[in-house]
Ligand binder design. Structure first.
Ligand code: GLC
Ligand code: CA
Length: 556
């Protein structure tokens, strides 16, 4: 049944709250998305990953679902959604929905039932335990929530604790209960019948927890991982859902695989495993970030080693390529000087650096116009991660608040969630009302409208690259080889298929870098892609790269 269409896909991720507001309430919505489908078609992408639009009390902006089969009224109705997917399909764009089934909202009917009494039929849908200590007032183990603090909450009604690896309004489902797995299968099939082309499975690597829920090794920020990352029954559970749902349709299932490093990846994504088709992984993000919120210095050599490691996975594994999403800061600020005079070259260089790799590239809304991080005051952050960090530090270690502010200025998830910058006007063309989140003031320079009119814009460069990838077998199937791994300024690699080779050279520095390219053995290769004018049309023994320059040469 599987055509593996995703190998020819370029994805665009939509974070619906921040994409486009059609009715002036300040919140992006489905009719807003519908109004931008021609924009997506024109950009050239052929698949969309849509962050959650299901019913949700929005403790974590939709990643806490209270009804898996309906649309959150602030985003529209199921009919709007149907019109949206038809509009996508009519334009040759597939739709991958977010599937958040490690946990539900605490306002989901299952949890309401579950917490009501110990013998409720839904009790075992979640993970309930007695507390430790004589009075049971200490949590059952030392696991911590990914949003800081303990991963357990005490529930008065039944005198037990429930597990939540994220916020306390996101109780973890008990996947060891076969009924829970059947619910997941039914939900997937429900959406497949409505035409969905696949799922991005949220924190799917957390679903199987070690029996007995033992204490984790001490870690100041996150405890317990070793007991639930790709836990004991993970593979079995993936096989089951795959067999009973995912494999029955022509789908793509990409898992958000936190903690899945390149050694373990084949056990999850190799084609013959019948689990996931691909994985969103974090080793690249971890190069300059600890515990998913604390910045550490960027090191290009490490970055390249991670890229190459993943590129060298066995043939039957398929990569997910990304620099940005709704949880990550803006790449143009993260990996270079996104406010400098070479910002356009930087945005384009970053695009080349990952678009030429093996795997499916994802572009996060706004990345294609070079949207940057925003500068916020402590009280202006609204995402649960940043606000929890500020509250916790304010309470227990207020002297560390300046450090927290510095960390959030670089790594908060809020940076990715400012409204999409469509035009230079109040509300940035995102809304006619008051936006739910602050608009980045640089919207006057950085917006879609002006990018469309500027033939040298990052946006127009993305269009060219997307076009360049289409049907390109060298990029899709070619082998990968890295050059100069010890060079700390330049990322250089080759993709080869049959007698054709592409040589990709990206200068990550904001200054000129000369490079001797003798050893690549590609003299006379023809220039195919470049983000600066006037580069040598044929590759010689050496090349002079200008600030953030990226080139692709082709040779037979
Ligand atoms: C994933 C999502 C993130 C969310 C978390 C809990 O990491 O990408 O936005 O907060 O899961 O669902
Ligand atoms: Ca709206």
């Amino acid at each position: 049944m599987k055509s593996r269409w995703y190998k020819d896909a370029v994805f665009y991720q939509i974070y619906p709250r921040s994409f486009c507001d059609s009715n002036g309430d300040g919140i992006g919505d489905i009719r807003g998305i519908i109004s931008k489908l021609d924009y997506l078609k024109d950009l050239g992408v052929n698949a969309v990953w849509l962050s959650p639009v299901y019913k949700s009390p929005n403790d974590d902006n939709g990643y806490d679902i209270s009804d898996y089969r309906d649309i959150n009224p602030e985003f529209g109705t199921l009919d709007d959604w149907k019109e949206m997917i038809e509009g996508m399909h009519a334009r040759g764009i597939r739709l991958v929905m977010d599937l958040v089934v490690n946990h539900t909202s605490d306002e989901h009917e299952w949890f309401k039932q579950s917490r009501s009494s110990k013998d409720n039929p839904y009790r075992d849908y979640y993970i309930w335990r007695k507390g430790r200590g004589k009075d049971g007032k200490r949590p059952p183990n030392n696991w911590t929530s990914r949003f800081t603090g303990r991963a357990w909450d005490y529930d008065e009604a039944t005198g037990e604790w429930y597990l939540h690896l994220f916020s306390k309004k996101q109780p973890d489902l008990n996947w060891d209960n076969p009924k829970v797995r059947q619910e997941v299968i039914d939900i997937c099939n429900y959406w497949f019948e409505l035409g969905v082309d696949g799922f991005r499975c949220d924190v799917i690597t957390y679903v199987s927890k070690k029996e007995g829920l033992p204490n984790g090794k001490f870690n100041i920020a996150m405890c317990g991982d070793e007991h639930f990352v790709i836990g004991p029954h993970f593979h079995e559970y993936m096989n089951e859902v795959n067999e009973k749902s995912w494999s029955k349709y022509d789908t793509m299932i990409v898992g958000e695989c936190i903690g899945c490093n390149m050694d373990r990846a084949p056990s999850v994504i190799a084609e013959d495993r019948n689990e996931l088709d691909s994985a969103i992984t974090f080793e690249l993000m971890d190069v300059d970030m600890k515990w998913s919120f604390f910045p550490v210095k960027f090191n290009l050599k490490k970055f390249k080693a991670v890229q190459s490691g993943w590129q060298n996975l066995p043939e039957n594994c398929w990569n997910t390529l990304y620099y940005e999403n709704h949880d990550q800061p803006r790449s143009i600020t993260r990996y270079g000087n996104g406010r400098g005079i070479y910002r356009k070259q930087l945005g384009k260089m970053l695009a080349v650096s990952y678009f030429m790799l093996r795997g499916t590239p994802y572009v996060y809304q706004g990345q294609e116009i070079g949207m940057t991080n925003i500068s916020l005051k402590q009280e202006e952050y609204i995402d649960i991660m940043a606000t929890r960090i500020f509250t916790l530090i304010g309470k227990f270690a207020p002297f560390l608040l300046p450090v927290a502010r510095w960390a959030m200025s670089k790594r908060a998830r809020d940076h990715a969630r400012t409204p999409m910058q469509w035009e230079d006007k109040t509300g940035c063309g995102f809304t006619t009302g008051t936006p739910w989140m602050k608009v980045n003031p640089n919207c006057s320079d950085i917006n879609v409208k002006s990018s469309l009119n500027d033939k040298n814009s990052i946006l127009n460069f993305y269009k060219q690259l997307i076009e360049f990838r289409k049907g390109n077998e060298i990029i899709r199937d070619g082998s990968y080889k890295e050059y100069f791994p010890n060079n700390s300024k330049v990322f250089c690699y080759e993709r080869a298929l049959g007698d054709k080779r592409y040589i990709v050279i990206c200068n990550f520095k904001e200054k000129k870098v000369p490079l001797n390219v003798d050893e690549i053995n590609a003299k006379g290769a023809k220039l195919r892609v470049c983000n600066w004018p006037g580069q040598d049309k044929e590759l010689g023994d050496a090349i002079l790269l200008r600030p953030y320059e990226a080139v692709v040469y082709e040779i037979k």
